[in-house]
Design a binder for this molecule. Structure first.
Ligand SMILES: [Fe+2]
Ligand SMILES: [Fe+2]
Length: 250
């Protein structure tokens, strides 16, 4: 665990907790009817995904912190859960002010919640980070798909926070992976890449209108999600084209 900078990450999350990212006031907040129709169901699904009581993550983190003697991890998990709740709240306020109905359930959300609970911290993080990596691509696409300045800024805030979550979780997952025999490392890497690809296909199929408006086709969207995965969790296999896909929408 020496390769994970727990103290640095703890400082990061404590700082963010005291100075949470926010959308600057005074931005234009016009969401035209056709945009509202385009994004309503899609943004409601992501808002639902940001909501979590965090009980399972908290339990898994506490168990791991005790077993590995890294007390900072339990506090980091607590702060990370709080930041996710802030994301859910920010999206919820935006939706409410634009008369977009919230969702109380969605089959993709139920599947994710079920999978996250199947195993300990490592399994939980593999599922969580998949959603976050794809979420980064999605929020960038949503930013590109709308002319609403407030929504654009909200997307940027979410992406910035999620990049930090992914940074921390990938460091921890890579450290855990490195403890395994080489053959098992390869298996875990490939299995996670397959899971991320499958999840990205589902997100493409269920959020196509927004992603298409941003300029994505199925192939370029999957490529962008896989580049995020390669950059953070498969660093030895990042090709030059992955860098092109990392920071922009088509
Ligand atoms: Fe989030
Ligand atoms: Fe996150």
């Amino acid at each position: 665990m020496s390769t994970v900078d727990f103290e640095i990450w703890l400082n990061h999350f404590e700082h963010h907790d005291q100075h949470p990212s926010a959308v600057p006031p005074g931005l234009s907040d016009v969401l035209r009817p056709h945009e509202r129709r385009l994004i309503a169901r899609s943004i409601a699904t992501f808002q639902l995904g940001e909501q979590s009581d965090g009980r399972h993550l908290m339990r898994a983190a506490q168990h791991f912190a005790l077993a590995r003697r890294v007390p900072a991890l339990a506090r980091i998990a607590e702060l990370l859960i709080r930041e996710e709740r802030r994301h859910a709240a920010m999206l919820s306020v935006f939706m409410e002010e634009h008369r977009i109905a919230r969702k109380s359930t969605d089959w993709t959300d139920r599947v994710f919640r079920f999978l996250r609970r199947l195993s300990g911290l490592e399994g939980y993080l593999h599922v969580l980070i998949s959603a976050e990596l794809i979420g980064i691509v999605y929020y960038r696409a949503l930013e590109a798909a709308t002319d609403c300045q407030r929504l654009k800024a909200l997307c940027r805030v979410l992406v910035a926070d999620e990049l930090a979550h992914v940074g921390f979780e990938s460091q921890l997952l890579l450290a855990l992976r490195a403890e395994r025999p080489a053959a098992l490392q390869t298996l875990v890497r490939l299995a996670h890449r397959a899971f991320l690809t499958g999840t990205a296909v589902v997100v493409w199929l269920t959020h196509r209108p927004v992603l298409r408006r941003a300029g994505y086709g199925a192939r370029s969207f999957l490529g962008a999600c896989r580049s995020q995965h390669a950059f953070h969790l498969d660093p030895l296999n990042v090709g030059p084209s992955d860098f092109d896909l990392l920071s922009k929408t088509p």
